[in-house]
Ligand binder design. Structure first.
Ligand code: IMP
Length: 429
């Protein structure tokens, strides 16, 4: 049962879209199984740049079935916008899209709740969500009494579900917002708006769990496209500064509805340095000239929110943890070209917490806040490497950096990316 997954091993934005795009051609299905429009994948094809947040990147490849499975929280307006944008540009293969009737739907109250509640966690620091209603929708999914799934929108009970929920949400939102800050939601208007979305999406909606089980049983090749990164996993990441889904490899079976044993290859995607957007501890953060250098060269601004990303050195303690958690076989190292021009490059190999060195990634955010990185330095390189196409083309210090990272993580590097284009890729034997 051949299934491959592509998982970001940091805090998201590892350029997974490029790896998924590359692997899509070897697969029959590409599956998004968690997250929602908080993700942003950029795929560059020739001089065309496609920015997708909900549609799987596989939509750009003919003959591949693209599935948004039940674990995703779906903003229907966003799916339609992305389909329209592709149609306008004469790109994409919308006929191959399948949306799970079990996927939970994001409604206007989720956006309102995301804005109202994303002030501070209980210890005072702001999570800094993307504001896409992701957390509130997952909260309602688990809570059950105020949730609507895509399949519900085609039933006679849809109107009464909306009315019931709007009444309850208006009461709660009126308390969460200051007087005058919040206009009560209008159930009829929401029902009309979402009924129109449902009609538009009708051709794509189906029982994707059944579809994927049949695909697995008939030996089809499945590619699972992780969104965000493993350090944002709600159970195993830097909680509470995480997203609300299982964004590490452990989330695939539940989110897609397939048995875990059908995933037999995991590619861990690693940026050659670290970035994080939003709040939460980041031990190797460089809030200085080095961080700015990485931000400028890597264009480190959020695809979805345009927020500047926090930048820092590679963190092997975190990466070793997330590689093990997701069962990574091979690494893909992305944006290596961004490091050109630095005299020295630092790699964090351990943390010092309260005077003791450790290589274990802490389970509590307070301990991670106190972690001081222990660095080893390796020489940098001056040359631009965006034109390199073979491992041997890379300057010696770049090859030494890759070799050191691979050794520290105990995993081979299969692929190195030196630019956004499809061909700016080095396959390492
Ligand atoms: P939410 O997913 O919008 O609730 O945001 C929770 C946290 O995850 C915030 O720190 C976001 O910045 C972060 N986050 C969510 N999606 C992404 C992503 O695709 N890339 C990077 N960070 C993300």
């Amino acid at each position: 049962m051949p299934g491959t997954c592509v998982i970001g091993l940091q805090w998201g934005d590892e350029a997974k879209g490029k790896i998924v795009d590359r692997l899509t051609r070897e697969h029959d299905f590409v599956v998004r199984y968690q997250g929602g429009a908080n993700a942003g994948h950029t795929v560059v094809v020739g001089d065309q740049v496609y920015k997708l947040s909900l549609l799987p990147s596989g939509i750009l490849t003919p003959g591949v079935t693209c599935v948004i499975a039940s674990g995703v929280v779906m903003n229907p307006a966003r799916v339609i916008e992305e389909l329209d944008e592709l149609a306008k540009r004469g790109a994409g293969h919308a006929d191959n899209l399948r949306l799970s009737d079990r996927a939970h739907v994001i409604f206007p109250w989720h956006f309102a709740e995301d804005r109202a509640l994303d002030k501070n966690t209980s210890d005072g620091e702001n999570i800094g969500t993307t504001g896409r209603g992701i957390g509130p929708c997952y909260r309602d999914k688990v809570g059950r009494s105020h949730a609507i799934r895509l399949g519900d929108m085609y039933r006679a009970t849809f109107r009464s579900q909306v009315e019931h929920i709007v009444e309850a949400k208006n009461r709660v939102l009126a308390v969460q917002y200051q007087a005058g800050e919040f206009t009560p939601l209008d159930a009829s208007a929401i029902f009309r708006e979402y009924s129109a979305y449902a009609e538009r999406l009708r051709p794509y909606v189906c029982d994707t769990t059944e579809l994927l089980l049949s695909a697995v049983e008939s030996g089809k090749r499945l590619l699972f496209e992780g969104a965000q990164g493993a350090l944002l996993d709600v159970d195993h990441g830097t909680y509470p500064f995480v997203t609300s889904s299982n964004s590490s490899g452990v989330g695939i079976a539940a989110g897609a509805g397939v048995p875990p044993r059908c995933i037999d290859r995991c590619i861990g995607v690693v940026k050659a340095y670290s970035t994080r957007v939003g709040g939460g501890p980041f031990p190797t953060e460089q809030d200085n000239e080095t961080g700015q250098y990485l931000r400028d060269r890597g264009n480190e601004y959020g695809t979805v929110t345009r927020r500047p990303r926090r930048c820092g050195w590679l963190d092997i303690v975190a990466l070793r943890y997330t590689s093990r958690l997701s069962g990574v076989d091979t690494l893909a190292v992305m944006l290596l070209d961004v490091l050109s021009g630095l005299d020295e490059i630092k790699i964090c190999t351990a943390y010092e917490i309260d005077g003791k060195q450790t290589t274990r990634f802490p389970s509590h955010v307070d301990d991670l806040r106190r972690a001081k990185p222990v660095y080893e330095s390796v020489p940098g390189w001056r040359e631009e490497i965006t034109g390199c196409r073979k491992h041997d083309d890379l300057p010696n210090p770049a090859r030494a950096y890759l070799a050191r990272v691979s050794k520290l993580l105990g995993r081979p590097i299969g692929l190195v990316s030196v630019g956004p284009e499809r061909d700016q890729t080095i396959v390492v034997n």
